[in-house]
Ligand binder design. Structure first.
Ligand SMILES: Nc1ncnc2c1ncn2[C@@H]1O[C@H](COP(=O)(O)OP(=O)(O)OP(=O)(O)O)[C@@H](O)[C@H]1O
Ligand SMILES: [Mg+2]
Length: 456
């Protein structure tokens, strides 16, 4: 199994609407602060989520499931993302939306399986022979291309590495030059090169350069201690899905025939059940040997009522397997028909036997003053200025429609305010955009009133 080249396949999260959420905002004893971590009110749900975070951290939650249930716009998605923030980036958190399983190309269960494996981490601890230090020089040596033709090729790279104890100059293979470039290594960076695989890892910028640029979003690391050439404990955090992908790639040689073979193969190599089983076997062996440690993360399935009976059954089965993440569901539905059945209704649109094994956290509608605070925080994160009366108006709008609708009105309202030649949003701007853009409720009433004018 390849673990050296494993690239992380964590997906970019779309959390723009929740960018103000930084955590659950609990105090040391686990009680919710009135306003904390960007979250306002909803204290029971936040405290419950806090307990879940503790359980996850102490690894007592694997294979269990949680359901966030409540009306639209009551912060279910926000709380789930706050859980992710509290867990930090060492615990995998994989968000998905129920409807993602419907694709014409991939089986529904395959989508779920992939996300399941994205949410299970593996921390691999290995002692490796490495060359480590701050880069003091980086010179590619060029020669004429031996194959003829124009241009030059790189015959080797000379790299200088410095530690607190000494310096060393290494002459490296050109293939390492590529990995150096991929990691964007420059003079002044702290890196290590694995001796037997040649894999390069950039750890950060040496902190002797820390005062050089203030605005950089760089991670500064101290100059490594000890010799340049040494044994080092390397810790890698990967997910099972990362391992699947790394080992599923077509693995041909450099000769012409296998290159041709690769061209014939479909672009997307399939991850088969057999490959997954092989990987599980190796992973289990590593765990037994104490090299690796399993880190069950969180699979977050938003809008879970979009799943159908087939996927629910599959989920239920997967939750029973020995390697399972914690699954967090969210839904805003009350009793409704389970998808994929003709007439079986059930609370939250989930089959009763699955519902029976989840812990349910309720989210409740906000009071007007809580909504005012949320709007204030949101306006701040978006860098918008609002008059106090405008905030009151908007929270009233949120009371009639939903909080989400109100939050979404902020940007158009700012546009309106600019058009009117102002910089601070006033109540009139909000009333204007409220008239221009309907919320779901008003649009629905509009439809029922004028139903005969539409095509049916
Ligand atoms: N307690 C809170 N504190 C701060 N912001 C909140 C809070 N609750 C909700 N929000 C913000 O309000 C907006 C709507 O909330 P969110 O999307 O989490 O609702 P939801 O319960 O997931 O709704 P739906 O059922 O429609 O998916 C988001 O921008 C969210 O970040
Ligand atoms: Mg949501």
């Amino acid at each position: 199994m390849k673990i050296e080249e494993v690239k992380s396949t964590v997906r970019a999260q779309r959390i723009a609407a929740h960018s103000h959420v930084k955590g659950l905002g609990l105090n040391e004893s686990g009680a919710a602060l009135p306003v904390g971590g960007g979250l306002v009110g909803q204290s029971n749900a936040r405290e419950a989520a806090g307990i879940v975070v503790d359980l996850i951290k102490s690894k007592k939650m694997a294979g269990r499931a949680l359901l966030l249930a409540g009306p639209p716009g009551t912060g279910k998605t926000a709380i789930a993302l706050a859980i992710a923030q509290e867990l930090g980036n060492k615990v995998p958190f994989c968000p998905m939306v129920g409807s993602e399983v419907y694709s014409s190309e991939i089986k529904k269960t395959e989508v779920l399986m992939e996300n399941f494996r994205r949410s299970i981490g593996l921390r691999i601890r290995e002692t490796k022979e490495v060359y480590e230090g701050e880069v003091t020089e980086l010179t590619p040596i060029e020669t004429e291309n031996p194959m003829g033709g124009y241009g030059k090729t790189i015959s080797n790279v000379v790299i200088g590495l410095k530690t607190a104890k000494g310096t060393k100059q290494l002459k490296l293979d050109p293939s390492i030059y590529e990995s150096l470039q991929k990691e964007k290594v420059e003079v002044g960076d702290v890196i290590y090169i694995e001796a037997n695989s040649g894999a390069v890892k950039r750890q950060g910028r040496s902190d002797t350069f820390a005062t050089e640029f203030d605005l950089e979003t760089e991670e500064y690391v101290p100059l490594p201690k000890g010799d340049v050439h040494k044994k080092k404990e390397v810790i890698q955090d990967v997910t099972l899905h990362d391992l699947d992908v790394a080992n599923a790639r077509p693995q041909g040689g450099q000769d012409v025939l296998s290159m041709m073979g690769q061209l014939m193969k479909p672009k997307k190599t399939e991850i088969t059940d057999k490959l997954r089983m092989e990987i599980n076997k190796v992973v289990n062996r590593y765990i037994d040997q104490g090299i690796a440690e399993l880190v069950p993360g969180v699979l977050f399935i938003d809008e879970v009522h979009m799943l159908d009976l087939e996927t629910f059954t599959y989920l239920h089965k997967s939750l029973e397997s020995p390697i399972a993440p914690i699954v967090v569901f969210a839904t805003n539905r009350g009793r409704c028909v389970i998808r994929g059945t003709d007439d079986i209704t059930s609370p939250h649109g989930m089959p009763l036997d699955l519902l029976d094994r989840v812990l349910i956290i309720r989210t409740l509608p906000y009071s007007i003053s809580e909504m005012e605070q949320i709007i204030r925080i949101r306006a701040q994160t978006e860098g918008l200025q609002m008059e106090d009366s405008a905030i009151t108006t908007l929270s009233e709008i949120a009371g009639q429609a939903t909080l989400r609708y109100a939050v979404q009105l902020l940007t158009p309202a700012y546009q309106m305010c600019k058009v009117n030649g102002k910089t601070i949003i006033g109540p009139d701007d909000l009333k204007d955009v409220h008239g221009l853009f309907l919320d779901a409720k008003r649009s629905a009433t509009f439809l029922t009133e004028r139903n005969n004018k539409y095509m049916v």
